[in-house]
Structure formats: structure tokens, C-alpha cells
Design a binder for this molecule. Structure first.
Ligand SMILES: Cc1cc2nc3c(=O)[nH]c(=O)nc-3n(C[C@H](O)[C@H](O)[C@H](O)COP(=O)(O)OP(=O)(O)OC[C@H]3O[C@@H](n4cnc5c(N)ncnc54)[C@H](O)[C@@H]3O)c2cc1C
Length: 375
């Protein structure tokens, strides 16, 4: 695929916008939902009660206040291409930073590569190298379904990736490019095989604020801001747009399958230190170890941000998502074919994977309260 041509096509979004707008209209019919005259569609309430909980999971987002790292480094007789530290958007950004990292790796002229890590970032990187006709071995301690990427929500939205004011112009250039490429790549995978679908999303705000479209406004088809508390969950301000929702279990499994089908090899390995990495036979190593990069490559800026999700029994009639981005009461809901995902929590520097029952209670209460606004 020629990147520039594709991105040009991506920017000519008028026809795509019309298609998605008609999709929105088509989604308007929904059985036992509230009728919302202004929007022409209803929103089925999520049944967020304790007796519908399937399980609660937690994971550690690999976060760096100055943003992810994609760059090459010479260590001994090897080239290490880093691709880690994606915070709360590693699935979202995976194809984009993988593209940037693959460019760096290919520039070495090597024909075989070691990719460390089998989360969303490592798998996308390995696939892009394979698609360029190159040999790849993945080395990883955990494979899907046991990676942090499997715990992700995973809505396509590049948020919680960096701290504003801590990033360089160079990073912001990489960030925008990664968002654009990744969005385009995920579009080509929409469908049941990869567990990816378009969905109508709502950001619910209590106060009017400047709307943000990270990575570029063209990535948010159907976008609009509504100031009417009588629609959209009773929220005074609602930012709406269509985005993609990825079911990580289906997606990562399909990606691993693609990797094997293309002749890739996986070695389940835990690297205890840099010396163990340097002992690999490959001379070009792409580091996609997520939070593991902190110890392996001595990056003290990389910290965990703990997140917890509670899954409910599925509700096929729920065909929208929402996010309440309140720092002290973050809430989001993503419907999947097999479950409803309730988030969210965000605890910097918390290394524990234990489930916090208080947060489960807060989520159930917060989401049922949103559901009542639909009645
Ligand atoms: C609750 C929650 C919700 C989230 N929601 C979203 C969302 O909606 N959208 C989104 O885009 N992102 C979301 N994220 C963030 C996303 O999950 C991460 O950014 C992403 O998983 C990072 O991917 P990765 O491939 O870099 O890391 P990982 O998935 O952690 O993969 C790292 C790989 O490296 C391997 N590894 C690490 N150290 C070593 C070692 N020493 N030796 C050998 N192998 C090693 C691991 O075994 C693994 O295979 C969420 C995260 C959480 C926790």
C-alpha cells in the first residue's frame, strides 16, 4: 500500500461522511427505546445491575507523560527500534506507530527481524514487516488472550496518550501521522472477522468546552456538538461522532492467526534484562514490550495507569457508546456482541491488578443513573 496515496484518499472524506450519515439515520429504529424526536432515533438503556455482571478485569496502561516512543537506537551490534508507551490508546494507535517503526526497521536493510511483544502494537508491527515481504519472529512472555491489549475497551479514540505541555512538536507530528495511518488501516479491517464495527459515540459534558478531535477532525465522521439537555442522556453538552469499536479478543486472535498464516514464528520467552535481548540472533529488534520496556530498556518515565472494566450480560439492542470524561468520575460504556463493557478507572502508578469492589459499585451506580435519563 502506498501511504501517501491512501492518506490523500482518506482526506477526501465527503462521500464517506454522507455514507455514515445515512448509516446513522438507518440506526434510528430501535424497539423498546426512548423516542428522541430531535435525533430521530432512540437509545436502549443499559441494564447496569449487579445481577448482570459477568466479570471484572483490570490492566495497566503503559503511560509516558511525554508520549509514546518510536525511534531507533544502536545498542552494541544491534539496532533496536522502539515502539512502546501508548498509554490509554495502544490499540487505537497500533497500526500507525507500527508503520513508523516498520519504516525505521526496513531502513536498516535487514531482511529478518525480532519483534518483542505480542500485544496490539507488536502484532501490527510484525504484520506490517511481513506485508513488506520480510521474515519476523515474535518473542513474548504473554500471547493473546493474556496481554494488556486484551483488557482494552477498545474504542478507536487516541486519548490519554500524553500530558499536554510535556510533548515536543516532533512527537505531535508522529502522533498525528500515527492517528491518520491507524484510522485508515482499521477501516480496512471492519467486519466480523476482526471484531471491528462503526458505532455512534457520545461524549457527555456538564460544561461547554472546546471540542477536541485528536489526530485531525477528518477522523471523526458525523461529528456535531449539541447543547440540549433534553436529548442524549440528559447531558447539557454532547459531542457526537462515529468511530470504530474493536473487540480485542476477536481482533488479536485474528491478528495472531494472520501472522502464522504468513509464515511467522512465535517464541514464548521472558527477557529478564537487556543482556538477554542482546543475545538474540536477529540484528534488528523492534521493542513492543509495552510497560515491560520500563525495566528492559531503563525508561523511568514509563508508568502504569491502572484501569478496571466490568462486563455485563450482552444487550444486542444497545447500539451506541458514551463517555463521561470527568477526571474524578470517569464513565464509559461500549457494547460488544458478547457483553457490555462498563468503565472506567484511571489510577496512575498503581501496579496492582486486584479488582477494586468499590470501583465496581461506582460503575454500576454511575451507569444505571445514566440509563435512567433515557426513560
Ligand atoms: C482498562 C483499560 C481500557 C483500555 N481502553 C482502551 C481503549 O478503549 N482504546 C485503546 O486504544 N486502548 C485502550 N487501552 C490501552 C491499551 O490496552 C494499551 O495501550 C495497549 O494494550 C498497549 O499495547 P502494547 O502492545 O504496547 O502492550 P501489551 O498489550 O502489554 O503487550 C506487551 C507485550 O510485550 C510482552 N512483554 C513485556 N515485557 C516482556 C519481557 N520482559 N519479556 C518478554 N515479553 C515481554 C508482553 O508479554 C506482551 O506480549 C486500555 C487499557 C486498559 C487497561
Amino acid at each position: 500500500m502506498k501511504k501517501d496515496n491512501d492518506l490523500l484518499k482518506l482526506h477526501s472524506g465527503r462521500r464517506r461522511f454522507l455514507t455514515l450519515a445515512s448509516l446513522g439515520a438507518a440506526l434510528g429504529v430501535s424497539g423498546a427505546c426512548t423516542r428522541v424526536p430531535e435525533t430521530g432515533r432512540g437509545y436502549a438503556p443499559v441494564r447496569a445491575s449487579a445481577d448482570r455482571v459477568i466479570r471484572t478485569v483490570s490492566g495497566l496502561r503503559p503511560y509516558r507523560p511525554s508520549g509514546f516512543v518510536v525511534r531507533s537506537e544502536r545498542i552494541g551490534n544491534k539496532t533496536v527500534v522502539h515502539n512502546y508507551g501508548h498509554g490509554g490508546a495502544g490499540v487505537t494507535l497500533s497500526w500507525g506507530t507500527a508503520w513508523l517503526a516498520a519504516d525505521e526497521a526496513v531502513a536498516t536493510g535487514a531482511s529478518s527481524f525480532a519483534v518483542l511483544g505480542a500485544g496490539a502494537v507488536g502484532l501490527a508491527t510484525a504484520r506490517l514487516l511481513q506485508r513488506r515481504g520480510l521474515e519476523v519472529v515474535i518473542y513474548a512472555r504473554e500471547l493473546p488472550p493474556d496481554t494488556t491489549s486484551n483488557v482494552a475497551g477498545a474504542l478507536w479514540f487516541p486519548t490519554s496518550v500524553y500530558e499536554p505541555g510535556r510533548v515536543s512538536p516532533e512527537f505531535m507530528g508522529q502522533f498525528t501521522e500515527a492517528c491518520q495511518i491507524s484510522h485508515r488501516m482499521f477501516q480496512s479491517l471492519v467486519g466480523e472477522r476482526y471484531g471491528i464495527r462503526w458505532i455512534e459515540n457520545h461524549y457527555l459534558y456538564k460544561t461547554l468546552r472546546e471540542t477536541e478531535y485528536p489526530g485531525g477532525p477528518n477522523l471523526y465522521p458525523g461529528k456535531r456538538l449539541t447543547q440540549n439537555p433534553n436529548i442524549f442522556f440528559g447531558s447539557p453538552y454532547t459531542q457526537q461522532f462515529f468511530t470504530m469499536m474493536i473487540d480485542p479478543t476477536i481482533y488479536l486472535d485474528a491478528m495472531l492467526g494472520d501472522f502464522f498464516r504468513a509464515g511467522g514464528e512465535v517464541k514464548v520467552t521472558e527477557f529478564s534484562d537487556l543482556e538477554a535481548v542482546m543475545a538474540l540472533s536477529e540484528t534488528v529488534i523492534v521493542n513492543c514490550t509495552g510497560l515491560g520496556a520500563r525495566d528492559l530498556f531503563n525508561d523511568g518515565e514509563l508508568i502504569p495507569v491502572k484501569g478496571q472494566l466490568t462486563m455485563l450480560l450482552p444487550q444486542p439492542e444497545v447500539d451506541y457508546t458514551y463517555v463521561v470524561p470527568e477526571p474524578n468520575n470517569l464513565l464509559y460504556m461500549f457494547p460488544r456482541a458478547n457483553e457490555i463493557v462498563l468503565g472506567g478507572t484511571s489510577e496512575p502508578n498503581n501496579w496492582s491488578l486486584d479488582v477494586d469492589p468499590e470501583q465496581v459499585g461506582r460503575m454500576l451506580e454511575g451507569h444505571s443513573s445514566i440509563a435512567t435519563t433515557l426513560r
